[in-house]
Design a protein around this ligand. Structure first.
Ligand SMILES: NC(=O)c1ccc[n+]([C@@H]2O[C@H](COP(=O)([O-])OP(=O)(O)OC[C@H]3O[C@@H](n4cnc5c(N)ncnc54)[C@H](OP(=O)(O)O)[C@@H]3O)[C@@H](O)[C@H]2O)c1
Length: 295
């Protein structure tokens, strides 16, 4: 069944999800945006959608997607609910957001209007440079969904229409769920950047290209085989190599030392727990890493 959908905010995620929902056959009846830049983007990518104030848009749709920044969700939900005023969602409307961090809490103002809440978070990076390409990336993406029971079928259906897969996330687990994703994705980018900078610093041209095959294979192996895929000095128990790394990094780029130490400790702990690193070797590695803390 075709649903009438409205989108509040037309940034990176809002544009991708709106374009994908329209491609899936839903009626994108309207958008509500703040800046001229967002209005221009919406006109380009959703030319048939009307531009409406939030509370008016909320009245006209079956599903209202709040695609605003995390911190704006609470205040925007108050505007959607429009307490004491005309407009606002009709009873049974599903008001959804796309945030990973938040569960249903910020959407609570709409409950007083008889609306149902859903958090529908695509576990995907949507850069916003090409909303059509971002929309395509949602196909095959997993979505972390937390929803009021009455909104769950609609949330699941929207994810299925986008070609995605639903995993249900308990409301109280939302922050740790998001922390896990940020740890795995955003900080991976910081790590790759730091590794490339260190290689550039020793004169290697096109350091990212030099690292790319290794990083891709390491990631593929880790996602497929878990801790057993770990290679390198911690896996081998080469505490001397780890100590030499720390001394070299302290001299060349001390800002990366805390990250190196923390990740080496994490790797040692995981490998030891899964029986892939003997306890004495883990203890020797920890002693080398403790030395960095004292330096
Ligand atoms: N991008 C991703 O990779 C990604 C992936 C998964 C989930 N998400 C989630 O999607 C949501 C949006 O993120 P984004 O990356 O799309 O951010 P974004 O590109 O910065 O877009 C945010 C949009 O919200 C609007 N906005 C912000 N504050 C507002 C307010 N107080 N009232 C009305 N509109 C407001 C902005 O309007 P202006 O254009 O006027 O500034 C902009 O259109 C977030 O909850 C985020 O966690 C993002």
């Amino acid at each position: 069944m075709q649903l009438d959908i409205g989108v509040v905010g037309f940034g990176r995620a809002g544009a991708a999800v709106a374009v994908a929902l329209a491609d899936a056959g839903h009626r994108l009846v309207g958008v509500s945006v703040r800046s001229a830049a967002a209005a221009e983007r919406a006109e380009r990518w959703l030319p048939a959608a009307q531009h409406l104030p939030v509370a008016e848009l909320a009245t006209r749709v079956d599903v209202l997607v709040l695609a605003v920044s995390d911190d704006a969700l609470g205040p925007v939900a108050v505007t959607v609910a429009h307490p004491g005023g005309p407009g606002g969602p009709r009873p049974g409307t599903v008001v959804a957001h796309l945030s990973g961090r938040h569960g249903l809490g910020p959407l609570t103002p709409v409950v007083a209007r008889g609306a149902y809440r859903a958090a529908i978070h695509p576990i995907m990076s949507l850069a916003g440079l090409d909303p059509a390409a971002d929309a395509g990336r949602l196909r095959g993406t997993t979505f972390g969904v937390t929803a009021d029971p009455a909104a769950t079928p609609v949330a699941r259906r929207l994810v299925a229409d986008l070609g995605g897969r639903t995993v249900e996330v308990p409301d109280e687990a939302r922050t740790i769920y998001h922390a896990a994703i940020v740890l795995g994705a955003n900080y991976l980018a910081a790590l790759a950047g730091a590794a490339a900078d260190l290689l550039t610093g020793v004169g290697i041209d096109d350091a990212r290209a030099a690292l790319a095959p290794l990083l891709r294979v390491s990631l593929d192996n880790a996602l497929r085989d878990g801790d057993a895929a770990t290679t390198g000095p911690v896996r081998r128990g080469d505490a001397g190599t780890v100590a030499a790394h720390l001394a070299a990094l302290l001299a060349a780029e001390p800002t990366v030392v805390p990250a190196y130490v923390s990740l080496a400790r994490l790797a040692a702990q995981r490998l030891e727990t899964s029986g892939l690193l003997a306890a004495p070797a883990a203890a020797t590695l920890r002693a080398a890493l403790d030395g960095a803390d004292r330096a």
